[in-house]
Design a protein around this ligand. Sequence first.
Ligand code: NAG
Length: 206
Amino acid sequence: MAAFRAGTVVLFAVLAVSLRALAGDPDITVDFITPPGVTPDGEFFAFRGLNRVISGGPSGVPFMVTKLNQEIFPALAGQSVSLAVLQFGPGAAGVNPPHAHPRSAELLMMLQGVLNVGFVDSANRLFNQTLYVGDAFVFPKGLVHYQVNGDAKKPAVAISAFGSANPGTISLPKTIFGSQIQSSVLEESFKTDAGVIGKLVAANSD
Ligand SMILES: *[C@@H]1O[C@H](CO)[C@@H](O)[C@H](O)[C@H]1NC(C)=O
């Protein structure tokens, strides 16, 4: 009986550990991963050119994100870290629409300007805040969040760190209205008509 109990406890402990491991990037059993045919040197681990984005607002668009994930920077593969630089034009047009990152929390730090940010938890509570240069804010893993410029005249710039080499982005406007989900499903879900859904689909399809 005691042996059975001990065995059960061990089984649950193993299950708990493996479930936790699945919730983030897998651990690798080598120091680093290199693409086939690449012999790494110091340069392989460097990424250059972000000075362009950390020094001002976006050019030609109201909002711009520059991702530094494993797709863009292969040395990140297996390392469970990545970055994004976010640039917001002035006013409400400078918005990063509600979205979520399925594989990581996000730790944002303000470099320039003012941002109003917020996330919604699984109990539908909004947690929001105004951030100034030097402030940081954490968006918990998988929760829907947004950022919008809090200054009508000046751009804002922030840098975000992620605990995944490929955190992924689920952008709600695009996911819901730009993915070919049948209009009837959206009409029922949003309690509205085909005309309204048609406009939202047109605005979010490219
Ligand atoms: C937080 O959200 C509330 C409700 O929408 C809003 O009234 C308030 O201005 C927001 N605060 C910030 C800092 O965004």
